[in-house]
Design a protein around this ligand. Structure first.
Ligand code: SF4
Length: 461
């Protein structure tokens, strides 16, 4: 077992990380590119990295007891990378304080359709994910970890399953692994939906008085942790919390994975930002040479920023919060000049309305009405009085659901009305939309009919 003090001391050596860099340098790259950390190693197309190759590059995982892992998490300040940004140390501490035997679930289902960072990690660097999960298991004192994926197209089932088999075969871990496959639906990736699904096959979000980490659907404290979050822990345990934190900024410690979608050279490419970069640095690293018309930051339930504002914005939680945005699931959706944000938003809201889990009246009835209103606004058939209807619907929906799904839709709609005020005025006046003939930009799935969301008893496959 190593001494945490040694690990902290070793943190002074930032160059210990693959892609070692000076703390103030900025690097943006994809799989195998120089300067990357989580994505360092073999390039695109090389498949899941084997356990031997992973250990050759990273060496073995330090053996830490639960208290040491918790100290590591606190020292590094690792925030959740699935959307909420909740500090993992606090989640683990809440579960330990609740007294019951905890349940640990790794969320690798990535239900955000345009995001691919977790799938990329699980497909190409699965052992980094499992390393971090094994450390969280040590912190919680559990000997079983469930890795949850969806069973839709593109899910990295093969990468994770092979990695689990390799570790089982080599007796690599003291924990047992289960790979769970759930429905490929937007709200089924929500933490309480995953915890419920693994417990009883019902993949819908659940209303609860207590946080999951205190009491999950089994009555036991349940920690649901995102796949990138645990992979970050796998890195932190090797290079130390200070060195790991220095790969980000004071406000957003550690490196960050992003998916860049829309009008970029390779839509859907996953990149890693290392250092104190701006959104513009990330976009420049993916082939953009100038600020686009706008950027959707944080996912489909995220926030539009004008291209100029986004380009300058430091990509860190506190700086984005000042603009009303947040990293969310790490998506940057790039809207080119000439496309219409109202049309793109209407497509997203239409899709999200069909993803309601059908449990809460305001969500079931309100989201389709909001989607219809946004569609009318986009196609120019809306008149000024209708704008008030959108605002009223937003007020009604906010905070009305058992989960945050309607809140995210309202956030998206509100940012659209604010950032694209001039376009809204033009659409309301019946002027020809400048983007009417522009092809769709963001990868929005075909909507399910409203009310066709996930249903109870979608069993394991
Ligand atoms: S708020 Fe909507 S998506 Fe969330 S549980 Fe209720 S009906 Fe389902």
């Amino acid at each position: 077992m190593i001494d945490l003090a040694d690990l902290l001391a070793a943190s002074a050596q930032v160059s210990a990380a693959p892609g070692g860099r000076a703390p103030d340098a900025v690097a943006v790259g994809g799989l195998g590119d120089p300067g990357t950390v989580l994505l360092s190693g073999p390039g695109t197309g090389s498949g899941p990295e084997s356990l031997d190759a992973h250990l050759d590059r990273w060496a073995g995982l330090p053996v830490l007891d639960g208290a040491q892992v918790l100290a590591l998490l606190r020292a590094g300040g690792l925030d959740g990378r699935g959307g909420g940004g909740f500090p993992l140390a606090r989640k683990v501490a809440a579960a330990l304080a609740s007294g019951g035997p905890p349940v640990l679930l790794v969320n690798a289902s990535e239900s955000e359709p345009a995001s691919a960072k977790d799938a990329t990690l699980c497909a190409c660097r699965p052992h980094l994910v499992l390393d971090g999960a094994a450390l969280v298991a040590a912190a919680l004192g559990v000997d079983h970890v469930v890795v949850h994926l969806h069973r839709g197209a593109g899910a990295p089932v093969d990468g994770i399953s092979r990695a689990v088999a390799e570790r089982r075969g080599g007796g690599h871990d003291v924990v047992a692994w289960t790979v769970s496959l759930g429905p490929d639906r937007y709200v089924s990736g929500e933490a309480s939906a995953i915890a419920g699904y693994v417990h009883d096959g019902d993949a819908r979000p659940r209303f609860a008085m207590a946080p999951l980490a205190v009491e999950g659907p089994t009555g036991r404290p349940t920690v649901v942790v995102n796949a990138e979050t645990v992979a970050q822990l796998g890195v932190m345990a090797r290079i130390g919390p200070r060195a790991w934190a220095a790969l980000g900024t004071g406000g957003s410690p550690g490196p960050r994975l992003l998916t860049v979608a829309g009008a970029v050279d390779r839509p859907g490419r996953v990149v890693e930002l290392v250092g104190p970069g701006t959104v513009g640095d990330v976009l420049a690293g993916t082939g953009c040479t100038a600020a686009p018309a706008a950027v959707l930051v944080g996912g489909f339930a995220g926030t539009w920023l004008s291209g100029d504002e986004a380009w300058q914005a430091p990509y860190e939680r506190s700086a984005l919060a000042c603009l009303g945005a947040g990293p969310g699931c790490g998506l940057l959706g790039v809207l080119p000049h000439g496309a219409c944000a109202l049309v793109e938003t209407a497509r997203i809201v239409g899709y999200l309305a069909g993803e309601s889990a059908g449990q809460c009246g305001t969500c079931v009835a309100g989201l389709p009405r909001l989607a219809s209103a946004m569609s009318s606004l986009a196609d120019g058939t809306f008149r000024r009085r209708g704008l008030r209807r959108i605002e009223t619907l937003g007020d009604e929906l906010l905070g009305s659901g058992a989960c945050a799904h309607p809140d995210g839709v309202v956030r998206l709609v509100r940012s659209t009305l604010e950032v694209f005020r001039d376009d809204v005025v033009r659409h309301l006046a019946g002027e020809q939309c400048r983007g009417a003939d522009h092809p769709p930009v963001l990868p929005v799935p075909v909507p399910h009919p409203a009310g066709a969301g996930p249903r109870p008893q979608e069993h394991f496959s």
